[in-house]
Each structure stands twice: as C-alpha cells, then as structure tokens.
Design a protein around this ligand. Structure first.
Ligand code: FAD
Ligand code: PYC
Length: 416
C-alpha cells in the first residue's frame, strides 16, 4: 500500500477507480542494456530482482511476450516443498523454501505462504518401502520429513477413503510439514514490483524472435518491438526453452508436454493440507477461496497446446472421486493447461550455453514453482559471475555427457 493514505484509498474507491498508481510500471524497450532477461514468469522476474540487488549499476531489462505470470507461473497448483531424494536437489529446493519463508517480508508483498504440510501417500507395501527410504534420505539432508502410518494419515485427512477394500488402499505416507502452498500470482507480482523498484525495465507484449550472435558471442535480440542490444542475455521461458534456444542454434535435451489442472466450486473448509498420490497421479489441496484444486499426470505426448486433452481429466476425476468420495457431487469450475519442459532426469538445467553471454534456466518440468526463489537467485549469480555457483554445478549441461544425472523422477510429484 506504499503511496496511499487511508483517505486516498477511500477517494480512489469512490472516484471510479481512476488514477491509481501502477504497482508495476510498464516500460518501453530502450536500444541497449547490460543484461536482458527473457521470460516474465517467476524465474525470470526473480532473476531480475536478485541481479538488480546484487549489481545495482547494471542496466537490466526483462522482456515478456505476453503479460507477466501468463505462463506456468500463473497456471500452477502452487505447491511448495523441498522433499527431494538426492543431496544436490534437496540443497537447491531447500534453499528455495527458505527464501520463500522470508519472501513476503523481503518483498513487502503478501505471497500467502501457507505451510499446511504436504502428505505423499503410499498405496502398497512397495510404496511404503520407497517412502521409508525417501523420508530417511530427506532427513539426512537436514530437511523435515516424517513417515505416517495409515491410521495417522486417516486422522490427518478424514475425507480420504482409507477403507482396506478401496481401489487405492492407503498403506501410509510421509509428510513435510514445512511444505504447503503460496499464492502464485503474488509471487510473480511481488518480484516484479521489487525488481522495478530497483530500476529494472519490465517490458510486456515483447516477443523475442531472433538472436544477434557474432563470433560465438551474443550481441542482442530481435523482438516484436524492435532490436535490443545486450552482451548478456538470460533465458527463463519454461515450456518454450527449446524453441527459444533453437533460435540461437542450441539443441536442448528437453521435451515439452501439457500439464492440466482444474478447480471446483468453492466450499467450506474440508481439507487443511496438501495430498499427493504418486500411485494414482492425483493431487489435491483446498484454496483459501474454498475451491478444491486438483491435478494429475502429464498429457503424455509432446505438445504446445495449452489446453490438454479430455482423457487425462477423465482419469484424474475418476481417481479423485475414488479417493475422496465427498467430491463426487461437486461441480468443476475451471480447467486449464500449461506447457512444461521436461528433462529426462526430471531435474532443471541452469548453466551457460555454447553461445558466449547466453545463459539458460529451464527444465523444471512439473515442479518449478517451488523453486522460483532459488532458480532466480542462481541464474542472477551465474549472469553476474559468468560461472556456475556450487548449488547449480550439478545441474549444468555437463551431466548429459558425463552421465552424472540427478534422477529425481520419483520426487517430481507428477510422474514424468
Ligand atoms: P513461466 O512462468 O512459464 O514463464 C516463462 C515466460 O516466458 C512465459 O510468461 C512466456 O510467455 C515467456 N516467453 C516464452 N517465449 C518467449 C519469447 N519468445 N519472448 C518473450 N517471452 C517468452 N510447480 C510446483 O513447484 N508446484 C506445483 O504445484 C506446480 N503445479 C503445476 C501445475 C500445472 C498445471 C502446471 C502447468 C505447472 C505446475 N508447476 C508446479 C510447474 C511450474 O508452474 C513451472 O515449473 C514454473 O512456473 C516455471 O516458471 P518459469 O518462470 O520458468 O516459466
Ligand atoms: O512439484 O509438488 C510439485 C507438484 C505438484 C503438482 C504439480 N507439481
């Protein structure tokens, strides 16, 4: 509410809502910057903020082809957690969760972080064995994680069908109590406002159409609003990473798929945690508005269609109703999809590219919302130092030739 007194709030409200200050100034492109960031999702905006904070003298622009948050950052189901299997990932996602824990205060923006816990279900003895290994591994990284018996799961989630005769019996699970949800568009707007306040030009409706590359070094970009010169350019364009990198002649080890989700009509509070069921692919939480937020597995064919196909909706709805019979008479309000870029080890790529001065952050697949603060922080550091820091070294291109993959398929939440 910076810039408004109680009196001026009342005057604006009663005066036809004319003359409000823009929370985020709409900048026009200048001919040249020191750094251009492509992609106005959470990762791009967080990069802009942390870079401007770290190097205040740099002239920085962020270009977004549509509106900020119009990509996956505004389409996701807002789950945050750091319960990954391997030490490399646990360090990265835990860094993100810690930054989230202080983010509302840091940005002076309510990101509605709700650490209501994330429970992962086991539907067989085999799942229970996997979960025991997973939870122990997470504890060994110093991250909170508890194994739950079936009885404990039932006590925490009374609406879950835990009858032994059900199609998806519940053998137990594990919980990360510091996990939960955060408001996705508030994260986007909070970073955007803070970056703009540090002098970053945030340029919307500006699509990058080509790169200017000479002698293996990037010199600038062509956009739908003209050419912009810059010797350092960072890409954070999620589902379009291979398209954009392709414009620079780089072939990415990434496949793009649609991931769908849907929400119900709002109802009174009936679920106060987040539940994920890797076995059925269904996950569910209840938003602060009361809507049941439900998602499932990827549409398993490569696509750039942001709608998805009905067979996934049908199978997710069927499994959701089986697991939560209370949902069966509810009306669904909205369905949508987003394009996620998946790497075959289900881990991100944050690295320099083969073109000098060109950097990339991508490959978060179905799970990059929770990573936004870390992804932005690490990409900013990479651009500033022109070398990968310790946190992202395992997540570079070198792993595809060395074979040192970080295979997080099991912890990705959604099968891929
Ligand atoms: P985006 O937010 O997609 O931003 C990239 C931006 O780049 C877009 O705005 C796009 O318009 C822009 N762009 C593309 N091409 C160009 C161009 N040529 N020029 C200029 N701009 C361009 N993750 C979780 O951690 N938890 C979840 O619960 C979760 N649920 C999900 C549910 C769904 C249905 C989906 C689709 C994803 C989910 N994810 C989740 C994944 C998460 O949303 C993404 O990993 C994350 O938002 C990626 O952020 P980003 O900033 O990299 O990309
Ligand atoms: O990464 O936790 C996750 C997630 C849940 C649903 C989609 N992604």
């Amino acid at each position: 509410m910076r810039g408004y007194s109680a009196f001026s709030l009342l005057r604006h409200a009663l005066g036809g809502h004319a003359g409000w200050l823009r929370a985020i100034p709409d900048a026009a492109p200048k001919p040249a910057y020191d750094v251009v960031i492509i992609g106005g999702g959470g990762h791009g905006l967080a990069t802009a903020y942390y870079l401007a904070r770290q190097a205040p003298k740099l002239r920085i622009a962020l270009v977004e082809r549509g509106w900020i948050g119009g990509g996956n950052s505004g389409r996701n189901t807002t789950i945050v957690r750091s319960n990954y299997l391997f030490a490399e990932s646990a360090a990265l996602y835990e860094f993100a969760l810690r930054l989230y824990e202080g983010l509302g205060r840091e940005l002076n923006y309510n990101i509605m972080l709700s650490q209501r816990g994330v429970i992962t279900l086991a539907h067989s003895h085999h799942d229970m064995d996997t979960i025991a290994r997973w939870a122990t591994s997470i504890q060994m990284q110093g991250i909170d994680s508890e194994v739950l018996t079936a009885k404990q799961v039932h006590a925490e989630v009374p609406i879950l069908n835990t009858a032994p005769t059900t199609r998806y019996p519940v053998f137990g699970g594990f919980v990360q109590r510091r996990g939960g949800t955060a408001r996705h568009d508030a994260v986007v707007w909070g970073y955007a406002r803070a970056a703009a306040a540090l002098g970053v030009d945030i340029i919307q409706n500006c699509e990058v159409t080509a790169f200017d590359i000479a002698a293996g070094q990037v010199r600038g970009i062509e956009t739908s609003r003209g050419a912009i010169r810059a010797e350092r350019i960072a890409m954070a364009v999620a589902g379009h990473s291979s398209v954009l990198a392709g414009l620079a002649g780089i072939r990415m080890p990434v496949t793009s798929y649609c991931l769908q989700a849907f929400v119900s009509e709002p109802v009174k509070p009936l679920l106060d945690t987040v539940i994920m069921s890797p076995g059925t692919g269904v996950y569910i939480s209840q938003s602060d508005k009361g809507e049941m937020v439900i998602g499932g597995q990827l549409d398993l064919y490569p696509s750039y269609g942001q709608r998805g196909s009905p067979h996934i909706l049908e199978s997710v709805a069927a499994a959701a109703v089986e697991q939560y019979p209370v949902l069966s008479r509810m009306r669904m309000l909205r369905q949508w999809g987003g394009i996620v870029d998946v790497v075959h080890d289900s881990s991100p790529i944050i690295d320099r590219t083969s073109v000098g001065g060109l950097y990339i952050n991508c490959g978060w697949g179905t799970g990059g919302f929770k990573a936004i603060p870390a992804g932005g922080w690490c990409l900013a550091d990479l651009v500033a130092q022109d070398r990968p820091g310790d946190l992202i070294r395992p997540f570079g291109f070198a792993r595809f030739t060395s074979g040192a993959l970080v295979d997080e398929a099991g912890a990705a939440g959604i099968a891929h």
